[in-house]
Ligand binder design. Sequence first.
Ligand code: CAA
Length: 383
Amino acid sequence: MNVGIDQISFHVPNFYVDMVDLANARNVDPNKFLIGIGQEKMAVNPKSQDIITFATNAAKQILTDDDLNKIDLIIVGTESSIDESKAAAVVLHRLLDIQPFARSFEVKEACYAGTAGLQMALNHVRLHPDKKALVIATDIAKYGLNSGGEPTQGAGAVAILVAANPKILVIHEESLALTQDIYDFWRPTNQAYPLVDGPLSNETYIQSFNQVWNTYNQQFNQQISDYQALLFHIPYTKMGKKALQSVLPTADQITQERLLQHYEDSIQYSRQVGNLYTGSLYLGLISLLENSQDLKTTQKIGLFSYGSGAVAEFFTASLVNGYQEHLHHSLHQNLLNERKRLSIEEYEKMFEDSLDVNVDQEFSDTYPYSIQSIHNTIRQYRK
Ligand code: CAA
C-alpha cells in the first residue's frame, strides 16, 4: 500500500531581516552571508508569536473537516519546546479542532525530530490506512546577537498530513538511520541559546550524509543516476550544497546538472527565511515541488535528514501524478512577500524582548494564533 504526504504547507512569522543590512551592521562583507552562507533574508518573530503560532497557521491551511475526523495521531518535532512536560501537540489538537480520540505528543532530537515524527506517522498509517496523521516541525532558531551562528537563524513551521494513497508524495519503506554521540550543537536545559562547534557541526553533517548515502545505495542497490533530486536538511543553503558536491563527482554530466538545478529549486524558500531546524528539510521539499518545472513521477527523490548530536537518516520518495494541483504556491509566495523588513535596531530590540511567562500580560498583536495573553504562566492563543 502507498503511504506518504497527502498535504504539506509552511508558515513563517511576518518579520524578516535583510542579510545585507545584518552584514553591514556586523562589519562583514555582505557576500559572506549572500554567497558564503547562502542566505538573503532571515525570519524573525516577536515574543507574541511562538512555535504554536507557526504550527497552527501552517496546519490550518491544509486540513479539511474530513481530515479533522480521521486524524488520530499528532506529532510535533521541535527543539524549541515551550514546556518541559506538556506537549505542544496537545495544545495544537485543541486549536485545530481535531476529534478527541487521538494520540498527541512531542519528539526531540535536534533538527532530526521532524523526520522521527514523520517515520512514526508513516508506520501508523501503514497499520491503519483508514486513519491520518499530522506531523508538525516547528522551531525558532536563535544563536544570539553578534554570535557566529547569527546569520543562520530563522523561525517557522512545516505541517505534513500523512495518509494512505497520498495526493503528493509516496514515501518508501526503505530508509537508513545513523546515530553518533557527538557534541557539535546542543542546548542544556534552561539555556536560551545553543552551544555550537561550527566547524565540527559542518564536518559531522557531511560525514553523516556520506555514511547514510553510501550504505543506503549499497543496501538497496541504487546509484546516483537513479535520483532526480537530492534534498537536504538546510541549516543555511550553502551547507546542503557542500554535501551534494561531495558526491557529485561520482555522477555523469547530465545527472550532475539535474541534481544541481533541483538543489537550487529546493533552496529558494530557505534563502528567504533561514534555518527552521526541524522543518528545514521539508521546507526544501516544498520549495522543490513548487519551483521545479520538470519533475517526473517515474524517478526517485532522495531526502537527507540531519539532527546535531547526532542522528541522520536517508530515505526516498516518489511523486504522485497530479501532485501540482495540491500545492499552495501562491499562498506561500504571498506569505513571504507580505512580511515586514526590520531595521537592525528593530530586530535587536525584538530579539532581546524575550517572553517572561511568570508575568501575567496581554498582547496587542492581532496576528492569527498569536499569544493573546498569559495568565498563571499559561499562554492563551488568539483564535
Ligand atoms: N564572499 C564570499 N564568501 C565568503 C566571504 C566573502 N566575502 N567571506 C567568507 N566567505 C565564505 C567562507 O569562505 C566560507 O565558505 P566555505 O565554507 O565554503 O569555505 C563561508 O563563507 C562561511 O565562512 P566561515 O566558515 O568563516 O563562517 P563562520 O566561521 O562565520 O561560521 C558557521 C559559519 C559555522 C556556519 C556558523 O554560522 C555557525 O556556527 N552556524 C550554526 C551551526 C550550523 O548551522 N551548522 C551546520 C551543520 S549543523 C546542522 O545542520 C544542524 C543545525 O541546523 C544547527
